[in-house]
Design a protein around this ligand. Structure first.
Ligand SMILES: C[S@@+](CC[C@H](N)C(=O)[O-])C[C@H]1O[C@@H](n2cnc3c(N)ncnc32)[C@H](O)[C@@H]1O
Length: 492
């Protein structure tokens, strides 16, 4: 057991108060959420001299970091890729810290603890009594799945996700396939092949379900179908290749499939052909930057974290925005077709809020989706004829404080432990964000010049699924009701 690391993890956990259950975890009947023993400490703020640097020190660590701030180098997640040790004596922008924490190949969360739940046999919804009975059954399968994993390789900090692709397989995959084939036939067939890219394919289940569906319903289209997965996680890419190889061979799909183990942000191949680009529950792990605003001047400051010699984290804010964050704010301002939320609150209340006794010097942080904007750059530059089909959470309960803020949680001995800051021991925490589909749609349009449609997950499924497949005996339909806080963004 990795006990020094766990000690350190829990030292950090003790510093941050717990919040409530969030979404990517199993429903509450499966994993009970406990409020833990953690206590809240009020952070103090201190202003330094110099170029407007401000830092927030943790309440229990009375250390001035001015000197370190000036002497430590600023590093990126890319700089740390080949390092096996977590960094110290460095500064990082928030997005770089989150990227490193999630994706570092040696200690990153994706390389160590992330596992996607698979129910084994698909659920036979028509024979299940009702929603609660489905919950119970899912709970059982969840435990069995984890028991099996523990037999092979125990992991007290394992993270287990469940996604609609897995819970509702093969029906959710068939729903997406129906959308793809209809749109392909309407606009591209017979002049182009059906080329599907899937970014972040998890266990590869969506790919199998889509290919099965196309083969069984439209063999002519199937013969012209190619499916390419772009997967950042070596472990998941390996699983997709190894575990699926037999299935793919047995089903005759092998020649249609390519699995590319690479981050989409390292993509460098120009794809001129029209293609569909699937991104299902991938945006939520794309790193964000933090900005906060001076309540008097309304000017932004960008957030980062300084990691000192003892691996302690100190948040800081700087009045100088880096080019990526500055561009996001500019693009959003120029592209938005409607007012977007601000941590300063609605404009008509700002006068009151900035007057004593309500006045606070700075707003809460806002988390801005800078990596997502960069993903749109990749689509625009390398996939000019793509059509995006993306789905993700539109809101998340129990996020850390701030606007558009993430849920940060770990799992310890099968229990979820949420915390209140993303600046926690790298690699042990899932950090996932809601997507503001209104803002993101406008930014996507501005970057790619394409037209789009946003709809709720429920409306999409209602339109493209055979909903009777996922109906329980009493008429409830978990495929429609379970993902109320998810939406879809499609290029039209
Ligand atoms: C929550 S899982 C979703 C899996 C699958 N789409 C599903 O719905 O079951 C997120 C997936 O995205 C992958 N991923 C995250 N960031 C990525 C990136 N920058 N490039 C490629 N894949 C990425 C993860 O490794 C994982 O497979």
């Amino acid at each position: 057991m990795d006990s020094p690391v766990l000690n350190q993890l829990f030292r950090r956990l003790f510093r941050h108060p717990a919040c409530q259950q969030s979404l990517r975890q199993p429903p509450s009947s499966i994993s009970r959420q406990t409020r833990t023993f953690l206590t809240r400490r009020t952070p103090t703020k201190r202003k330094s001299q110099g170029d407007g640097l401000l830092w927030t020190k943790r309440g229990d660590y009375p250390k001035n970091i001015d000197e370190e701030y000036w002497s430590y180098p600023t590093v990126t997640a890319k700089d740390l890729r080949n390092r096996r040790e977590r960094p110290r004596q460095v500064k990082m922008l928030t997005r770089e810290f989150i990227d490193d924490s999630l994706y570092n190949p040696h200690y990153g969360y994706f390389s160590k603890h992330a596992t996607i739940f698979s129910p084994g046999e698909p659920f036979d919804f028509n024979t299940i009594e009702d929603g609660p009975a489905f919950h119970r059954l899912l709970g059982q399968r969840y435990t069995e799945f984890e028991d099996l994993l523990d037999e092979k390789k125990p992991d007290i900090a394992r993270q287990l996700w469940h996604t609609p692709t897995e819970l509702f397989r093969p029906y959710y995959g068939e729903t997406i396939a129906r959308y793809l084939v209809s749109n392909y036939k309407l606009t591209l067939y017979p002049y182009h092949d059906l080329i599907i890219y899937e970014m972040g394919a998890g266990n590869g289940t969506m790919m199998l379900n889509i290919l099965d569906f196309i083969r069984d319903t439209d063999y002519e289209v199937y013969q012209r179908t190619k499916y390419k997965i772009i997967e950042i996680s070596p472990a998941l890419a390996d699983l997709q290749t190894k575990n699926l190889l037999d299935t793919l061979n047995a089903k005759g799909h092998r020649d249609r499939v390519e699995i590319i183990n690479r981050s989409i942000f390292d993509w460098d191949t120009y794809v001129h052909s029209p293609c569909f680009f699937l991104a299902l529950e991938v945006f939520d792990n794309f790193a964000h930057d933090t900005v906060r605003f001076n309540t008097r001047t309304e000017l932004p400051q960008q957030g980062g974290v300084l990691i000192d010699a003892d691996c302690e984290f100190h948040e800081y804010y700087n009045t100088q925005l880096d080019p990526v964050a500055a561009r996001f704010l500019r693009v959003r301002q120029a592209a938005s077709r409607r007012p977007f939320p601000s941590p300063l609150g609605p404009w008509y209340l700002r006068g009151i809020r900035s007057a004593p006794p309500f006045r606070k010097e700075f707003s809460l942080p806002e988390y801005i989706p800078t990596r997502l904007m960069q993903f749109f750059d990749v689509l625009n530059q390398y996939f000019p004829a793509h059509r995006l089909v993306a789905s993700d959470f539109s809101s998340l309960p129990d996020a850390v404080p701030g606007l558009n803020a993430p849920v940060v949680q770990t799992r310890y001995q099968r229990r979820t432990v949420p915390v209140t800051t993303p600046f926690v021991h790298q690699g042990y925490f899932d950090i996932f964000f809601p997507t503001d589909f209104n803002v993101v749609e406008d930014v996507y349009r501005a970057v790619t010049g394409k037209l789009t449609q946003v709809m709720s997950h429920e409306d999409f499924v209602d339109r493209w699924a055979y909903v009777e497949d996922t109906e329980t005996r009493n008429g409830e339909n978990p495929l429609l009701t379970w993902y109320k806080n998810a939406s879809m963004l499609m290029t039209v």
